[in-house]
Design a protein around this ligand. Structure first.
Ligand SMILES: NC(=O)c1ccc[n+]([C@@H]2O[C@H](COP(=O)([O-])OP(=O)(O)OC[C@H]3O[C@@H](n4cnc5c(N)ncnc54)[C@H](O)[C@@H]3O)[C@@H](O)[C@H]2O)c1
Length: 347
C-alpha cells in the first residue's frame, strides 16, 4: 500500500488522454497557474490537443475570462509521448482516456507504477466506480473518480467519488484542488452507479423518452420544456432551491403542497422498468435529424460552446455587470396569497 496522500498544495498535474475532455482539463489547470503535463497514447493527438487548448484559451480571453495572456497560460503546458515523462513530478493525475473498463484498468496499473508515491490518481470516467478499476492496485488508496461535465473549462461541476478503500485525504485534497482551480466540486459519499449528475440527467431523459413513446409530447416540445422552462432557473439554482422559492414558506411548504403529486407521478412508473425500444429510438433520431441535419453538427457544437462561454461570463463574479436589483420586479415583493397547504393536479 502506498502511504496516505499528504495534504500539500498541488501545483504540478498530469492529464492522461488528450481528447475532448483531457484538452479541456489542461485549460482548467493551466489557467489557474498550475504546470500541466499532457500525454496521449496517440502521438498525432498531441498537436491537435494543443490547437484545441489554444483555441479555448483565445475564446476565454475574448470573453474576458482569462487573467493572463494566452501565450503565458499555454507556456505552462507540456506535451509528452510517454506516460512516465508526463507523470514525472506530478502531484495529481487526471485520467481522461476512452470510456473502456479494460483500458482504464490497464492504465491505472501503469500509472500506479509510474507516478510518484503521493500523487493522486483521478479518473474522468462517466460511470465506472473507483473499485471497478483500482481495487487490486498497491496504491488504490490514492485512486478516485473526479467526473467533470464536458467541457470542464466552461462547465465547472465536478463530482469526486472514492471507493471504500480510497484515503479520505485524497478525496479532501482533490475537492480542495478543484475549488482552487475554479471548479465546483461535490463529494459523492458512497459509490453509486452513474454518480449524482448522470443519475439526475438520465432519470429526466428516461421520463422524456417515455412521454415521447406514449405520445404525450414531441421530442421538440420536451426539449422546449427543459430549455425554455426548467433550464432557465437551473443555470443558477438547483431543484431544492427552486422549490424553496416556489412556496411562500420554503421547501417544506413546497413539498407539503406538491408532495402528493410528486408521489403519484413517481408511483405511476413503479414496477414498469424502462426498456428502450429501437423503433422509438429511430423515430426520435429522425425527428432530431429533421430539425438539424448531420451537416449542421460542427456549427451546433461551436454555437453550444459560444453560449456556454457567454453564460460563464454572465455568471462569473468578475465578468459581466449584474442587472441592478430594482431593475426587475421581484416576485418576492409581490404579496403572496397563501393557498391551501395541500394541492393536487387533478388526473
Ligand atoms: N465527452 C463527454 O461528454 C464526457 C463528459 C464527462 C466525462 N467524460 C469521460 O472522459 C473520458 C474521456 O472522454 P473524451 O470524450 O475526452 O474521449 P475522447 O475519445 O475524445 O478522448 C480520449 C483520448 O484518450 C486517448 N487514449 C486512449 N487510450 C489511451 C491510453 N491508454 N493512454 C493515453 N491516452 C489514451 C485517445 O487517443 C484519445 O485522444 C471518458 O472516460 C469519458 O467517459 C466524457
Amino acid at each position: 500500500m502506498v502511504a496516505a496522500v499528504p495534504s500539500v498544495p498541488i501545483d504540478r498535474v498530469a492529464v492522461v488522454g488528450a481528447g475532448l475532455v483531457g484538452a479541456s482539463w489542461a485549460v482548467v489547470f493551466a489557467r489557474a497557474g498550475l504546470a500541466v503535463q499532457v500525454h496521449d497514447a496517440e502521438p498525432a493527438q498531441l498537436p491537435r490537443a494543443r490547437a484545441c487548448i489554444e483555441a479555448s484559451l483565445r475564446a476565454l480571453e475574448g470573453a474576458g475570462l482569462l487573467r493572463e495572456a494566452v501565450a503565458e497560460v499555454l507556456g505552462r503546458i507540456g506535451f509528452h509521448d510517454t506516460l512516465p515523462a508526463a507523470l514525472a513530478g506530478a502531484q495529481y493525475v487526471q485520467e481522461s482516456i476512452i470510456e473502456s473498463l479494460p483500458a482504464k484498468r490497464e492504465l491505472f496499473a501503469a500509472m500506479d507504477r509510474a507516478a510518484g508515491g503521493s500523487a493522486i490518481l483521478a479518473s474522468s470516467t462517466s460511470a465506472f466506480a473507483t473499485s471497478s478499476f483500482a481495487a487490486d492496485l498497491a496504491g488504490r488508496g490514492r485512486c478516485l473518480v473526479a467526473h467533470p461535465v464536458n467541457p470542464p473549462h466552461l462547465v465547472p461541476f465536478v463530482e469526486v467519488s472514492g471507493a471504500p478503500f480510497t484515503d479520505e485525504a485524497a478525496v479532501r485534497d482533490t475537492i480542495a484542488l478543484m475549488a482552487r482551480v475554479g471548479q465546483s466540486p461535490i463529494n459523492v459519499r458512497r459509490e453509486i452507479h452513474g454518480f449524482v449528475l448522470n443519475r439526475l440527467q438520465w432519470t429526466l431523459l428516461a421520463e422524456a423518452y417515455r412521454m415521447v413513446a406514449e405520445g404525450v409530447a414531441s421530442a421538440e416540445d420536451i426539449d422546449r420544456a427543459v430549455r425554455d422552462g426548467l433550464g432557465r432557473r437551473w443555470a443558477f439554482m438547483g431543484p431544492f432551491e427552486v422549490g424553496d422559492l416556489n412556496a411562500p414558506d420554503g421547501l417544506a411548504d413546497y413539498l407539503g403542497r406538491f408532495g402528493p403529486t410528486i408521489e403519484k407521478i413517481a408511483d405511476s412508473r413503479r414496477g414498469a422498468p424502462l426498456r428502450l425500444d429501437p423503433a422509438v429510438t429511430a423515430a426520435l433520431h429522425a425527428q432530431l435529424r429533421a430539425r438539424w441535419p448531420d451537416s449542421a453538427r460542427e456549427q451546433r457544437l461551436l454555437e453550444r460552446d459560444r453560449r456556454l462561454l457567454a453564460l460563464s461570463a454572465h455568471l462569473s463574479p468578475v465578468a459581466a455587470p449584474d442587472v441592478a436589483p430594482d431593475a426587475v420586479p421581484s416576485s418576492a415583493r409581490i404579496k403572496v396569497s397563501k393557498s391551501p397547504k395541500k394541492m393536487e393536479i387533478p388526473t
